[in-house]
Design a protein around this ligand. Structure first.
Ligand code: SF4
Length: 176
């Protein structure tokens, strides 16, 4: 992990938070990556019990194994956690990633909560993704314990309510 907060990264995180909110995030918070909690049990919850397991290239078993992702994750120092309505999460994650890239964070990487929503049906295994510029992997698929991470970041987390209007989805944009 790099040296703790420099004034530049703090200023840039504030800019990214404001940008995410402008895109529709209810909450956007810059956090040290040390607050991101990983747990292989999350991957197993995808594997056993999720009806969407294997349904897209952004879910297991088509995503990197959590232990492989963990190595990449721990090379980042800062990220931005976002919270919003389900239909907005993908766009916000991708737009914040693009903004971070344009600010010089060329390794910025966006992750979203939940399955890929971009096509009614994903392409066949041997075919490429139809929207590689927009499709980002599920945090859970990569072994991120989203609830524990939100708790660590002091962001209130709710389990799914009855209607989509009451749900929140989360995303994490790894910045540098
Ligand atoms: S964008 Fe479409 S093709 Fe690509 S992973 Fe998502 S569902 Fe599959």
């Amino acid at each position: 992990m790099k040296e703790a907060s420099t004034p530049k990264i703090k200023k840039d995180l504030r800019q990214l938070e404001a940008f995410a909110k402008k895109q529709g995030a209810v909450v956007a918070k810059g956090i040290p990556v040390g607050k991101v909690v990983t747990d292989e049990r999350v991957y197993y919850k995808c594997m056993y019990g999720c009806p969407l397991y294997g349904s897209s290239k952004m879910c297991p078993p088509n995503t990197p194994r959590p232990q492989d992702f963990e190595r990449a994750l721990r090379k980042y120092s800062w990220g931005v956690l976002v919270k919003t309505r389900p239909h907005k999460i993908n766009d916000i994650v991708v737009e914040v990633e693009k903004r971070a890239f344009s600010m010089g964070y060329y390794l910025a990487l966006g992750l979203r909560g939940g399955p890929c929503p971009l096509c009614k049906e994903c392409t066949e295994p041997a075919e490429p993704c139809r929207h590689p510029e927009k499709a980002r992997p599920s945090m859970e698929a990569l072994g991120i314990d989203v609830f524990a991470t939100l708790k660590n970041a002091r962001i209130p987390a709710e389990l799914k309510k009855d209607t989509e209007e009451e749900w929140f989805f989360h995303g994490l944009i790894l910045v540098e």
